[in-house]
Design a protein. Structure first.
Length: 312
């Protein structure tokens, strides 16, 4: 989270948001639904950039006694609301396009072409700003993908304006508006699915409990068993985990816990694991009530649970 990343996200948001308003006005003045659809796609860009900026800002806010994880999940809630709003916009665009097939509207190709060309230039400028310097940050990378998708919307509006200018065939406008709307659906569906997955405490694709267990058992020396694994995301790119480990030798428990925490960070990017120790001398514990019961094997899954834990 660098200040350079934060500045370019904010500048890109201002450019996209301002021109989105210009495009909405231009669509009403020219009568073009394709321009309005492209403005809707630019709204997805503005939303993505706003969420990225909010993540930077809220990420710096300290946790308090009531919100011990801080405010990072506001980014996910905003993403969920944004996705629902986008589906409503797409529905309205498709409905309006259907009506225009039967009652074509007069479209001023000149103003439409002018606004679409300026929109394409704005997207190119924003893409240039976004690709300067660090592009590996998850928020920056996501915003770049949104802007690249919006370039297609601007191109579609330009194509519609050129066709109308030379042929006066106005149905191309609602046709391309639906194409752009489908681009919005694709972005909105991914955003909705990701935000719901995080809100439901879902594990990242590359850090499922099964993968975590397999990775730790393969790479951590002195580890006899891993159980009660729960992995979830606090927000995009911020992964948490709790788990129980049983050392082969109780005397090596501290070293085993430290190796497990290091492996979780380097291999799975889990930055805040809570590791509990299951001591060999304790009575076997029951299966975790939050996971499906697993078959117990004498050599590695009959273990107990003590009240002590180490948190990293």
């Amino acid at each position: 989270m660098t200040s350079a990343n934060e500045r370019k996200i904010l500048l890109s948001f201002v450019l996209i948001f301002v021109f989105m308003i210009v495009e909405v006005v231009g669509s009403f003045l020219s009568g073009s639904l394709a321009l309005l659809a492209d403005a809707g796609h630019m709204l997805t860009d503005a939303g993505a950039l706003a969420l990225a900026y909010a993540a930077f800002r809220f990420g710096r806010r300290a946790a308090d006694s009531k919100r011990t994880f801080g405010y990072l999940r506001l980014e996910v809630i905003a993403g969920f609301i944004n996705a629902i709003t986008l589906f409503a916009i797409v529905g309205w665009i498709c409905y309006e396009a259907w009506l225009r097939f039967f009652e074509p509207h007069e479209i001023l190709a000149g103003p439409m072409l002018l606004v679409a060309i300026v929109g394409l230039l704005v997207n190119i400028l924003v893409l240039w700003i976004m690709t300067r310097g660090d592009t590996d940050h998850v928020n920056v990378k996501g915003a770049i993908l949104h802007v690249m998708g919006d370039l297609l919307g601007s191109v579609g509006a330009i194509v519609a304006a050129v066709v109308i200018y030379y042929t006066a065939w106005t149905p191309i406008d609602p046709i391309l508006s639906v194409v752009v709307a489908l681009l919005i659906v694709r972005s909105a569906w991914k955003l909705l699915a990701k935000s719901i997955h995080i809100l439901l405490e879902g594990a990242p694709d590359d850090a499922s409990p099964a993968e975590v267990e397999r990775g730790l058992m393969e790479s951590v020396a002195g580890l006899a068993a891993v159980n009660h694994i729960h992995v979830w995301q606090l927000s995009s790119g911020r992964t948490m985990a709790t788990l129980h480990v049983r050392p082969q030798d109780d005397a090596q428990a501290r070293e085993v816990v430290e190796r497990v925490a290091k492996e979780l960070k380097t291999r799975f990017n889990i930055e805040h694991p809570t590791v509990a120790i299951d001591w060999n001398a304790d009575e076997p514990a029951s299966d975790c009530s939050l996971t499906q019961p697993r078959e117990h094997h004498n050599h590695d899954h009959s273990h107990g649970h003590s009240g002590s834990a180490q948190t990293h």
